[in-house]
Write a protein that binds this ligand. Structure first.
Ligand code: PAF
Length: 282
């Protein structure tokens, strides 16, 4: 397996593959890989001849008071996991390589970033869209795989690809969960054993919402209240948002006509966790 740290080296590597008319799949990550990432990679292996992963903790998607400095990192472990799962090449650039001193160009996706994490993490999706656009230009994938756990991110990237006419197929992979239901996330490692138990309220709130919709409830304010009441039972939980949105526009909806997405961001202690699920009227 190759590890490439320069933009130039990565472009040359990808270009040689494209010149042979072979396909590339990219799985972009910020490292500290877990089973959720590995699932994306296993899926990626089936989608193209060459599988690339990128590992880059992207500073432009972190706000000033967020966890950039303490974001978990373990490249040696990530390298072994990538190799085991069949990654051919890891793109592992430094911050200076991706954002040299005079860097000044950003991608802003409007509309679908107005609510949820777009509202509570100003600038976050500008950083995500910018780095993903750069990764697409550098790694030249035909297809890229993203997890549905970051639902709004997936919508943002799809919109960017559509609006900027990028020749990349974006494939979504369902959220991978621990056996007790907690969505896998590199940030789960911040949780103490007590907080780890309390973190289950995110999935419980989603399950309660699904149950209500299954029973015929369509009024999103009643569904959100039930979810909030449940989260309120966890002493270390504080809600950032619980919202029910249109799956395409990511705009909040008052009633569920057919399909909607419940999305939540909850702090357990100081760890901010997100989760989401489709709510489908029976
Ligand atoms: O989902 C992530 O890990 C990141 O937001 C991504 C897509 C790798 C961009 O930095």
């Amino acid at each position: 397996m190759d590890v490439i740290t320069t933009v130039r080296g990565m472009k040359e590597y990808a270009r040689a593959i494209k010149d042979r008319r072979e396909t590339i799949c990219l799985v972009p990550t910020m490292g500290y890989l877990h089973e959720g990432h590995l699932e994306l990679m296993r899926k990626g292996r089936t989608l193209a001849r060459h599988l690339f992963a990128s590992i880059f903790v992207n500073p432009t998607q972190f706000g000033p008071s967020e966890d950039l400095a303490r974001y978990p990192r373990d490249f040696e472990r990530d390298r072994r996991l990538c190799e085991d799962v069949g990654v051919e090449c890891i793109f592992y650039p430094s911050v200076e390589e991706m954002y040299p001193a005079s860097y000044s160009t950003y991608v802003d996706v409007e509309g679908v970033t107005r609510h949820l994490c777009g509202a509570s993490r100003p600038g976050h999706f500008r950083g995500v869209a910018t780095v993903v656009a750069k990764l697409f230009n550098i790694c030249m994938p035909d297809v890229a795989v993203f997890g549905e756990k970051d639902y709004q991110q997936l919508v943002v990237i799809r919109r960017m690809v559509r609006d900027l006419d990028m020749d990349v197929q974006v494939v979504a992979h369902p959220t991978v969960r621990e056996s007790d239901g907690l969505a896998m996330s590199s940030r789960n490692t911040y949780l103490t054993p007590q907080q780890r138990m309390e973190a289950l309220v995110l999935k419980k709130a989603i399950d309660r919402a699904k149950e209500l919709v299954g029973q015929g409830e369509r009024d999103t304010s009643r569904i959100k209240k039930a979810a909030l009441d449940l989260i309120g039972e966890a002493p270390s939980a504080s809600v950032d948002y619980v919202e029910i949105v249109d799956p395409d526009t990511v705009e909040p909806v008052g009633t569920i006509d057919d399909r909607a997405v419940i999305a939540l961001a909850v702090r357990i202690g100081s760890t901010r966790l997100i989760d989401n699920a489709e709510l489908k009227a029976p």
